[in-house]
Ligand binder design. Structure first.
Ligand code: TRP
Length: 347
């Protein structure tokens, strides 16, 4: 089989929960396991600063995310794993893409509109589509920085520097990958062919639902999400509160389905069978199921927690892994940028 190159950026902010693990993270681990794949996976720290952040916490958060992915199984011997900001070619190519991307394409992006709306809600006016350019951010001109708008050009640069055939992403990033393809096509048409038009690598994601409102996707607020860093007690407490009691809204059965979905991913076969049989017999005790599931989830991530603690205690080693990844990435990215400059006529 021929080799294929895959590129993925990992969001730099926020705590990871098991919905993330069973979604994108597992996808990255599975793709890495295939020896035909050449993977470039990086922490998208330059994207991370397009939304509000605390500079005091930024580097610690980035290291935490890097340690998390390495401890979950990203193997720096198989995958080129690095921080985006260490490979300067990303920002340079992003600038070039800024200069060939029509504003209209950027204003149309759903994520941009959502993020501006999040930042304005309660404050200034909402974004209204107006005028030729298609948008007007009135009153509070501070809300949307230019980086938030040109985010997809940076993402296109992240991707195209490595000339991949596919990009593993979650559903919410499909539109950005489409734009990267459009940018590739445009560049190729204008200056000469360099870039492939990569596809999204999107497997049907396991949709893990909120423990508190199982009609919504798990997100990282309050007690509705099980975080990868949660202690045994926290997992037990959150699962205990998970919705299963019958009510009229249909949430109860969605809640039970969700627990079985988790069990399917984290419990051994014999546990799955035991509870499936109980359910068929009508003898299922939710408290017993929740208790068992809490233990299984806790144990599933036991090795991860150990490794992560160890890695965070060895910042020099972590820095070495990231430095090595960046220098490998730079070799490929530098070559592509050189080709780009030659095509454009930049000396
Ligand atoms: N925008 C992506 C997200 O929010 C992260 C990302 C940045 C990315 N650059 C990328 C994903 C390049 C894939 C390829 O999840």
């Amino acid at each position: 089989m021929t080799q294929q190159t895959l590129v993925a950026g990992i969001r730099a902010s926020g705590k990871l929960h098991i919905g993330h693990y069973l979604g994108l993270i597992k996808q990255l681990l599975d793709t890495q396991a295939d020896p035909n794949n050449r993977c470039f996976y990086f922490i998208a720290d330059l994207h991370g600063i397009t939304t509000p952040f605390e500079s005091k916490e930024l580097s610690q958060n980035t290291l935490d995310i890097a340690a998390t992915y390495l401890s979950l199984g990203i193997d720096p011997n198989k995958t080129t794993f690095f921080l985006q900001n260490h490979v300067l070619e990303h920002a340079t190519l992003a600038w070039i893409f800024n200069c060939i991307t029509p504003l209209g394409e950027l204003y149309r992006m759903t994520q941009f509109k959502d993020k501006v709306e999040q930042q304005t809600s309660g404050g200034g006016k909402k974004v209204s589509m107006a005028g030729k350019i298609g948008i007007q951010i009135s009153q509070n001109k501070e809300v949307a920085n230019a980086g938030l708008l040109t985010y997809p050009c940076l993402m296109a640069a992240d991707i195209l520097l490595y000339k991949p055939s596919a990009v593993p992403v979650g559903e919410d990033q499909v539109q950005h990958v489409e734009l990267a393809r459009l940018i590739a096509k445009k560049f190729n048409g204008k200056f000469g062919k360099i870039f492939p038009e990569p596809q999204t690598y999107l497997r049907k994601p396991l949709r893990i639902m909120s423990l508190q409102d199982p009609t919504k996707k798990m997100s990282k607020t309050g007690d509705e999400a099980l975080l990868l860093d949660d202690t045994r007690e926290e997992i037990q407490r959150k699962l205990k509160k998970a919705v299963t009691a019958s009510d009229a809204s249909g949430k109860a059965s969605a809640g039970v389905d969700n627990l079985f979905l988790l069990m399917n991913s984290f419990s051994p076969e014999k546990t799955k069978k035991y509870f499936a049989d109980k359910q068929t017999e009508g003898l299922l005790q939710y408290s017993e199921l929740k208790q068992t599931l809490a233990d299984d989830i806790y144990n599933f991530f036991a090795e991860f927690r150990e490794k992560k603690k160890e890695l965070l205690n060895k910042p020099d080693y972590l820095a070495e892994i990231l430095g090595d990844g960046a220098s490998r990435a730079r070799k490929v990215a530098g070559q592509t940028l050189l080709e780009v400059k030659q095509k454009i006529g930049l000396l």
